[in-house]
Design a protein around this ligand. Sequence first.
Ligand SMILES: [Zn+2]
Length: 133
Amino acid sequence: MSAGRVTAEELVAQALAARQRAYAPYSHYAVGAAVLAADGSVILGCNVENAAYPATICAERVALTSAVAQDKRDLVAIAVATENGGSPCGACRQVMAELGPRMTVYITNAAGDYRTTTVRDLLPDWFTGEDLV
Ligand SMILES: [Zn+2]
């Protein structure tokens, strides 16, 4: 990883810590996310559920949209933490493609065993703003 001094292991650890803040009273599937910006800053997210289920937002989209709000637009990596190392959902993959298409993606389980992939590999043949011509 090239951004600052944040290692993959450190980013995974931050996602695991963010996971502890998840608000998941319905699914009990806690998720944490940590986005690394090119300036070395890390933006955290956790899933936040709602009794009206569609109002729920995933950890990845919390972190990614928060990064935009903090004026962090050059995103280089994201770590996603779940109990079982589950992969990001389709909606989150689309938002990754929009906001961090070149990101490395670390997907970890609760024990910190992670695998490495990319947004492009998670969402091949993606739809982007370039398609809106
Ligand atoms: Zn999602």
